[in-house]
Design a protein around this ligand. Structure first.
Ligand code: 6CM
Length: 253
């Protein structure tokens, strides 16, 4: 849940319909379903492995739109000792973001649409010689249960949206993002009693996908260089952060 103190602007009439729907419900549903399809597509055709470090693999496809690099990115990782819920929770929750995100100047929640969907406004660190970027996106966390026996899949989707509280102000450039983090929990040698599951018996299989349009021209080689360096760095730092934070806490399934 979002601490009330972090919500700058909360709800308006079209957010609070009695059926729990809000103005972006249908968009959220559509994009979540697209990601659940897309995550199954493999990376054998047209994808380049740009980074590998142990279990972590980062792939990208080189794509340009009107001369702007918009390379899709797909990353796989397996992390020991944490659940998919824990990884997604730490990625989604506002209060942890600045502890693992090294590429941001600031982040804030400008609206809460429902308990699982908020709108963020973020200022990204400027990368010379490009103009500073900002972003405004809805962020949704969800648990998808397959059966009573199997562990559920958890996911977070971050998807660009306009917002009256986040007008585009030159010289900043608004980037456009469609990002998903999709996690499964694997339990090895499950004990008869679920209460006896230890961190050493669990691991999380993570898939992270990103479609980012920098929102204006950036030198292609510079942008590809930044992406090749920063995405593996983010995955390593973020996942180690979650391992550290959860080490001595009860397991959140
Ligand atoms: O997914 C990540 N972070 C989330 C929470 O902050 C959120 C962020 C989405 C935007 C990611 C865009 C980064 C690309 C910035 C490029 C700026 C242009 C530079 C010009 C270079 C010459 O989903 C983790 C994001 C990790 C990014 C490396």
């Amino acid at each position: 849940a979002v601490p009330v103190s972090t919500i700058v602007s909360k709800s308006n009439d079209d957010n609070s319909e009695s059926n729990g729907k809000h103005r972006l419900t249908d968009d959220v549903e559509r994009i979540v379903q697209e990601h659940l399809q897309y995550v199954r597509e493999d990376v054998s055709n047209g994808w380049d492995l740009i980074h590998q470090d142990g279990e972590m693999k980062v792939y990208r496809r080189e794509v340009e739109e009107n001369g702007i690099v918009v390379d899709p990115l797909k990353c796989f990782h397996t992390i020991k000792g944490v659940t998919g819920h824990e990884i997604c929770r730490y990625f989604w929750e506002f209060q942890y973001r600045m502890e693992w995100e090294t590429t941001l100047d600031s982040t804030k929640i400008i609206e809460a649409l429902d308990p699982d969907t908020v709108i963020f406004f973020q200022l990204h660190k400027r990368v010379w010689p490009a103009a500073q970027r900002d972003s405004c996106f809805w962020s949704h966390i969800r648990c998808i249960s397959h059966s009573d026996e199997d562990q559920p899949t958890w996911l977070v989707v971050n998807y660009t949206t306009p917002h009256p509280l986040a007008p585009i102000k030159s010289p900043q450039v608004r980037l456009v993002a469609n990002v998903a983090l999709i996690c499964e929990t694997i339990i090895s040698e499950p004990p008869l009693d679920p209460k006896d599951i230890k961190r050493e018996n669990i691991q999380c299989k993570l898939t992270y996908v990103a479609f980012v349009n920098p929102g204006g021209w950036v030198p292609s080689a510079a942008l590809r260089g930044v992406a090749k360096r920063e995405y593996p760095r983010f995955l390593k730092r973020f996942t180690s952060y979650v391992v550290e934070q959860t080490r001595n806490k009860p397991i959140l399934f």
